[in-house]
Ligand binder design. Structure first.
Ligand code: SAM
Length: 228
């Protein structure tokens, strides 16, 4: 069964997963959520702390799950104007078909017709290989169940964008956050749109220091977890 394409309140597309009956993004604004949660509260926060430590502006990002590629494309676009390089790894167990990807309106909504080829490439390029998308951005897509991730001390930031605890309760538990904690470098950050109490406690139980931050429209809070 194919995911259904819908339009969110900011005009950008999202998908509805047929099995989980869960949306890939906030229905109140897919791009707005990506900007608020993953770019502003996540990536820019990490970059400002790297700046303070005066370390080279290179940042490794892990995303669960890669899905429509919206967060990867948005990160690529923001990086164009920042003095950094990004190594982006997207984990995805159930890749979305190219037929569905073609119907998403992100290039139009970001008003970046000149980057249409980049969005296309992100989806067409082979999995399990690191690709140089631009001089500042590499992308590796891994088709993998997140339970099987074995990376250690590798990432500066994790975009934790699984379906919510209602749809996939097993992904918001201590065993998963233990894998995420191990995958992060010291000082690394996990950022997520979900502020559920049980998920927050599961993060704390594996060692994360967790803060509640204001959410995007129609969402009170989001969570940022740091590996100190
Ligand atoms: C909320 S959507 C993510 C949306 C995505 N970040 C985007 O911008 O389109 C959750 C994603 O996690 C993927 N996923 C679900 N369970 C997974 C698992 N066990 N391992 C890896 N990916 C998984 C889903 O297929 C889906 O693409």
């Amino acid at each position: 069964m194919k995911p259904k394409i819908e339009t969110t309140e900011d005009g950008s597309s999202t998908l509805l997963h047929p099995k989980y009956q869960a949306h890939y993004h906030s229905i109140f604004g897919a791009i707005e959520e990506s900007n608020h949660v993953y770019i502003n509260a996540g990536l820019l926060y990490v970059l400002s702390s790297l700046e303070k430590q005066d370390v080279k502006q290179s940042c490794s990002v892990l995303e669960l799950g890669f899905g429509s590629g919206l967060n990867a494309f948005n990160t690529f676009l923001k990086t164009e104007n920042l003095p950094i390089t990004i190594n982006y790894v997207g984990i995805e167990n159930y890749p979305v078909s190219i037929e569905t990807i073609k119907k998403l309106n992100y290039v139009t909504q970001f008003n970046v017709a000149e980057k249409a080829l980049v969005f296309k490439q992100m989806h067409h390029l082979p999995w399990e290989v690191q690709h140089q998308i631009s001089d500042k951005f590499t992308l590796e897509k891994r088709q993998l169940d997140i339970f099987d991730l074995q990376s250690k001390n590798q990432f500066d930031i994790i975009y934790f964008d699984a379906f919510g605890p209602g749809a996939q309760p097993e992904l918001w538990t201590a065993p998963i956050f233990k894998i995420m904690y191990a995958a992060l470098k010291e000082g690394g950050v996990l950022i997520t749109y979900c502020a559920q109490g049980a998920a927050r406690r599961a993060m704390q139980s594996v060692g994360f220091t967790v803060s509640k931050l204001p959410g995007p429209p129609s969402k009170r809070h989001i969570l940022r977890a740091v590996k100190f």
